[in-house]
Write a protein that binds this ligand. Sequence first.
Ligand code: NDP
Length: 264
Amino acid sequence: MKYIFSIFGNPISHSKSPLMHNLAFRGLGFDGCYGRYLLEDGTTLRDTFFALGLKGVNVTVPHKEAAYRACDVLDGFALKVGAVNTIVERGGKLYGYNTDAPGFLKAVTALDAKKILFLGAGGTAQSTAVILKEAGYHVTILNRSASRLEKFREEGFTVYTHEDFVPASYDLIVNMTSAGLEDEQLPAPQELLTAIMPQAKACMDVIYGRETPFLKLAKTYGKQTKDGSDMLLYQGVIAFEYFTEQRYSFEEILPHMKRAFDFN
Ligand code: NDP
């Protein structure tokens, strides 16, 4: 095998990325293979990458900031948001990119929305809010705790905690938290959600693979819903473009990777 790739994260057993990338390698006839690696200590990311003889990696929770620090060269957007989820080795140097945010942007483009409310202010909310703002969307951030909101406030976003939130009308409400990932929690108090959901055109969750309490609640209001599958798929396609040095177009890669979602 000429090129070896992997996903680094902790936990990692649930990741769909190996299946997505291997289906695309096989479908497009690219001489590559993609595995998974449980990386416990983010500070070992760079040494682990070289010890395994890799050409590229995707990086997931909780190592996206460690990946940012491990790179020699950062793409402009990754530099701005301080988080890397895709690394490619070229000539002994590590090049870092963020494909989560453009993947999310592409998924949102399919919805008719300009005014967006994010529930959550973690790492994923950070990079995706910046790319949406740059693309002309109006993004408001609502988070459980105040501490993570400061960075968003400094970047010019309107921010609220659950306590000081003033309900308004939003086209799209997105669950950007991990509430509902492995529990039955809503990302915000139900009274707060029921005050804003009726006016929304659509509700989206970045969690994929299960119907979260947030999306279940949105359906009771007859809202259009979307989970995080398209975001995952599109970030993978964009990462694959970097892995293969843009040899294939987005449209060529997409149908092969999409087949990963036919498997449970
Ligand atoms: P972080 O750990 O950086 O941030 C977590 C956020 O969730 C914080 O804002 C936190 O609020 C909030 N939160 C957690 N639990 C609750 C709760 N019970 N109620 C209310 N708020 C809560 O996580 P990430 O940004 O890295 O990931 C967020 C989600 O995005 C995850 O579910 C992840 O699986 C998903 N994701 C999906 C991708 C895809 O391709 N579809 C790609 C990347 C991520 P507080 O500040 O108060 O603690």
